[in-house]
Design a protein around this ligand. Structure first.
Ligand code: ADP
Ligand code: MG
Length: 698
């Protein structure tokens, strides 16, 4: 008999069998063939079988007909009190009879099951499940039992409904589950520490498993579900928190020497004073940079909150302490903008900044790579290809990633594979709802920039229908006449980059003709990158006043004099995308506007337009977005990096997730956790999940 690898975790006590080591064939009624089919559902051991949870329950509890609403699905118990009657219509046939339920005579109806006629004899006891028609006092039967006294185990209960495959039937799986519980439930070991179970008033694991499969009522099923969901989130968070704890202990990062005075002096050279929020976040970062463990921090701040300067200060600090930094952006346009900004701030101070761009001439590129390797260049800016390519540094100690949500979550792994352990600072303008941040980036510290720079006026947002274009054009004219600049975002054609471009070109021609006294520019993804850069540079220097663009400028672009954002077919964009687009304006002291042109055809489209006009708060928008789309979609399903759970559900189990985060953080901070006997099986779990190799979760 071969023992399977435990699939989830195996926790043991000397006096207990480990249910994850017991092959599922040991359950009475599971033969070799069925065992094989169970394997295709991922069920190898008895433990796996227990962890195969139902996704809903069917209600076979016997109901009092007086309390049933019309159309509800019910189960009743009664006695046949008439001969069966058969009616035929064309190919269909219907069989019916009268049934006495309590004091009431009802009619029971079956379709196309003539073979049961012989069994419907007056006096037969039946249990019927089906849809109730209150007006006709009639039940259309979908499930039935003829019984002489003893009912099947289904009657009177909630029955679990499982995902099935192969020849495994619902009925068989229920039977096997019941059998397995009978044989082995006393061997279900507790996983969670006692004090947590008490603190959170959770069920014991054995009880949770018993009741999630066979609950008395929905409330019990719910309580069991809570226990199991918490456990999933706990184990997930335990990995993250343990990993962080070990990472700290490992002290494998650079302990930068940074004087407070250095930072203060640099801040004074900036054209503005930092907000309190920015100062707070800078302090958090500097603390990490000074510490010997490698930093992994996410700066979360709404569009326009001023994240770039925070990153710049961090870069300045590491350069001043003798190291190099890399700054990565999701697009070439943005990389170029950041390079320009950093050069403006740093070059007067003798810090060498270079842009590594895709379209660079081979020779120039080779020179740049050499100067990074020798340490002549202090800071390199580029797209995320930067760390993946053959770029080597004399001493890279900080990697900044702008718009981190665009990159996926694997950078640290990439860096490690190259043998580098720099501090990592990620920035995101997509305000990730707190709970998602906890899950997806559980091994990150999160800093939040809460306020925007002073003197910013709220952006006024209008939603107009397609037929109001003339007024929109007048509005653009008015802003341009006052010396402001405007963006016009062209319609998005699903899945068609080519049509997007065509649209942009046509709109550009139209608007150039209309605004012939102004300089109009065009930007789209198919332009060569030097042309894109040139256009963007012209826009930022006001040589272009009206910029027609596809969503290539969606994130990060910063031109404070631009005050007007027009979005065509705005209902085709997602909420967070619209928020990003709107965030291109409102970056200076002037009043800014966002005009969404849309005649939405779906309810969701209307909802999105409404949300946009109602709020400018990125956090609120992300929350509404999440509601409208669900969390998978939020990060773009598979790319999301979000873990998948069997029972826990990130949209609804917010509170459990926070409990799990807090409880595990507290747990791993105790030295007892790493040495105490009581925690041996949890440590064992971590060991199997390879937490100790420092490889996972990035
Ligand atoms: P985001 O957080 O969206 O990346 P940026 O870093 O691009 O925002 O900053 C938006 C604009 O605000 C930039 O023009 C930047 O120079 C400016 N800015 C940043 N911090 C301040 C501040 N404390 N006071 C005034 N302006 C600021
Ligand atoms: Mg930015």
């Amino acid at each position: 008999m071969s023992v399977q690898e435990p699939s989830a975790f195996s926790l043991y006590r000397a006096d207990m069998l480990n249910i994850y080591d017991i092959p599922v064939q040991q359950v009475q009624g599971v033969g070799p063939q069925k065992a094989e089919e169970l394997q295709s559902l991922g069920i190898h051991s008895v433990g796996d079988l227990f962890d195969y949870y139902p996704y809903r329950y069917e209600d076979y509890r016997i109901r009092d007909l007086a309390q049933v609403k019309n159309g509800e699905r019910i189960t009743v118990q009664g006695r046949v009190c008439s001969e069966a009657l058969i009616q035929r219509f064309g190919k269909k046939a219907r069989i019916s009879c009268k049934v006495m339920v309590e004091e009431l005579v009802i009619k029971a109806v079956w379709f196309n099951q003539l073979y049961i006629k012989d069994r419907l004899k007056p006096g037969t006891d039946v249990v019927l499940t089906g849809k109730w028609d209150q007006h006709r006092l009639q039940i259309t039967v979908s499930v039935y039992e003829f019984s002489s006294g003893a009912h099947s185990p289904r009657t009177g209960t909630l029955q679990p409904v499982y995902t099935l495959s192969g020849s495994i039937s619902q009925k068989w799986l229920r039977k096997i589950m019941g059998q397995a519980l009978k044989q082995y439930s006393s061997h279900i070991a507790e996983i969670l520490p006692d004090q947590i179970i008490r603190k959170r008033s959770l069920m014991a694991r054995a009880q949770g498993i018993q009741l999630i499969h066979v609950p008395e009522d929905h409330k019990e099923g719910q309580a069991a579900r809570t226990r199991i969901a918490y456990e999933e989130l706990f184990l997930f968070q335990l990995k993250l928190q343990a990993f962080r704890q070990l990472n700290r202990a490992r002290a494998d990062g650079v302990a930068h020497k940074i004087e407070a005075e250095t930072i203060r002096q640099f801040a004074e050279t900036l054209p503005f004073t930092l907000t309190e929020s920015q100062k707070k976040v800078v302090n958090e970062i500097v603390k990490d940079l000074r510490a010997p463990y490698s930093m992994n921090r996410l700066v979360q701040g709404d569009v326009g909150s001023g994240k770039t300067v925070v990153a710049a200060i961090a870069l300045y600090a590491v350069v001043k302490s003798g190291h190099q930094g890399a700054f990565m952006a999701p697009t070439e346009i943005l990389a170029e903008q950041h390079a320009r900004t950093l050069k403006r701030w740093f070059e007067p101070l003798g810090i060498e900044v270079a842009l590594l761009s895709g379209g660079m001439a081979e020779r120039k590129r080779r020179d740049l790579l050499a100067s990074l390797q020798s340490g002549l260049t202090d800071i390199v800016v580029g797209t995320h290809a930067l760390i993946q390519e053959d770029v080597y540094f004399r001493s890279l100690s900080l990697v900044v990633t702008d718009e981190q949500h665009r990159f996926g979550v694997n950078q640290r792994a990439v860096l490690r594979r190259k043998g580098m352990m720099p501090d990592v600072l990620s920035m995101t303008a997509t305000p990730i709802p707190r709970t998602l941040a906890i899950t997806a980036f559980g091994d990150l510290d999160v800093s939040t920039i809460r306020e925007r720079p002073k003197g910013r006026k709220p952006i006024q947002t209008f939603w107009v229908k397609d037929d109001m274009l003339d007024r929109v054009l007048e509005f653009i004219e008015k802003e341009l006449a006052q010396g402001r600049q405007a963006y016009v975002i062209t319609p998005l054609i699903e899945e068609s980059d080519k049509l997007d471009v065509q649209n942009a070109v046509e709109l550009y021609e139209l608007l150039s003709a209309h605004f012939d006294q102004y300089k109009v520019g065009l930007l789209h993804g198919r332009l060569p990158s030097d042309e894109k850069d040139a256009t963007m540079r012209k826009f930022s220097e006001r040589e272009i006043e009206l910029l027609v663009s596809t969503t290539v400028i969606e994130v990060g672009v910063d031109v404070p004099n631009a005050t007007l954002m027009i979005v065509y077919n705005a209902d085709r964009f997602g909420l967070s995308q619209l928020h990003q687009l709107r965030g291109r304006v409102g970056r200076g002291a002037h009043q800014s506007y966002c005009i969404l042109i849309a005649s939405p055809r779906t309810e969701q489209g209307v909802e999105r337009m409404t949300v946009m006009t109602e709020t400018e708060d990125g956090f609120e928008i992300a929350r509404r977005d999440l509601e409208l789309r669900g969390p998978g979609d939020f990060f773009g399903t598979k790319q999301s990096g979000l873990p998948e759970f069997k029972v826990a559900d990130l949209t609804h189990d917010f509170e459990l997730l926070e409990w799990a985060r807090d409880d595990t953080a507290e747990l791993v901070a105790k030295s007892e956790f790493w040495t105490g006997v009581a925690y041996a099986s949890l440590r064992d779990f971590l060991y199997r999940e390879q937490i100790f190799n420092g490889e996972i979760i990035d």
